[in-house]
Design a binder for this molecule. Structure first.
Ligand code: GLN
Length: 254
């Protein structure tokens, strides 16, 4: 029996807009592939991080308000960060939503208070640009056709964004996709998220995975291949609900 271990980081603190639903989508679609998914919750009370990250196949971390990003950041940087970086460098699969995405970068400067330091896994940062820059809120559509995510089902990702911070990627960094509708990273560059090795950072809540089964399956298949499973999916697992939900979301207005 194929088995995948998901490390779910700060599930109680970082779960804005039901981001926990992404775990459910991974477990549900993994089961359809004949894969058993074990979920390990990791937060500031968790000890033995080294062995947990060593056996994780997918890391997931959700979004959250500035206050909760501040609350977890000391543990995230000091206790879990070194293992997240090592996991990232070894090509581990990860999905980081909004506030979690911001904390992968060098820092996030919120509207109030000092900058919140991030892991700095690559050259990008996030800043709230002040009173004249309202929150980026609304339905969002992203074209992912330039990425390695199979687009047989759809070349888009659909979701919902709500963030005050604006993220700016360094020169050589690859975004997750091109914004078709919405703000994305900063509302100016028409780029959304980041795609680094096998880490995906994105502003798409929703939660993102139930409405984008092609992304869910990409994360699962990448993790399976990394464990040496080479069998291919017999046929796409997309069923009516996923298709109808995705198509309906493509018709939503901002
Ligand atoms: N607090 C961050 C911001 O406002 C992230 C919000 C979120 O995770 N939805 O930009």
């Amino acid at each position: 029996m194929k088995r995948i271990i998901i490390g779910h980081l700060y599930p109680d603190e970082l779960n804005l807009y039901g981001d926990r639903g992404n775990i459910e989508a991974l477990v549900y679609r993994g089961a359809k592939m004949g894969v058993v998914l074990d979920v390990i919750e990791i937060d500031s009370r968790t000890t033995g991080a080294s062995s947990l990250f060593a056996k994780a196949d997918i890391l997931f971390m959700g979004g959250g308000p500035d206050s909760l990003q501040k609350e977890i950041t000391e543990d995230f940087l000091r206790e879990k960060g070194p293992f997240v970086k090592e996991y990232f460098n070894k090509g581990g699969v990860g999905l980081f939503i909004c506030g979690a995405y911001q904390l992968l970068g060098k820092y996030y400067k919120p509207f109030f208070g000092d900058p919140i330091l991030g892991l700095g896994i690559a050259d990008f940062y996030t800043e709230h640009l002040g009173r004249d820059f309202p929150r980026c809120v609304g339905n969002i559509i992203v074209d992912i056709s330039t990425t390695k995510i199979p687009t047989g089902f759809s070349k888009f990702l659909v979701g919902f964004e709500n963030h005050g911070g604006r993220t700016f990627l360094g020169q050589d960094l690859t975004p997750l996709g091109k914004v078709v509708m919405g703000s994305g990273n900063n509302g100016k560059e028409k780029r959304e998220g980041i795609f680094l090795k096998n880490f995906i950072g994105t502003y798409l809540h929703g939660p993102i995975l139930p409405k984008n089964p092609h992304l869910t399956d990409f994360l699962l298949m990448t993790a399976l291949r990394k464990k040496g499973y080479t069998n291919r999916l017999k046929e796409p697992l997309y069923d009516r609900i996923e298709i109808l939900t995705h198509q309906a979301a493509l018709k939503l207005k901002r």
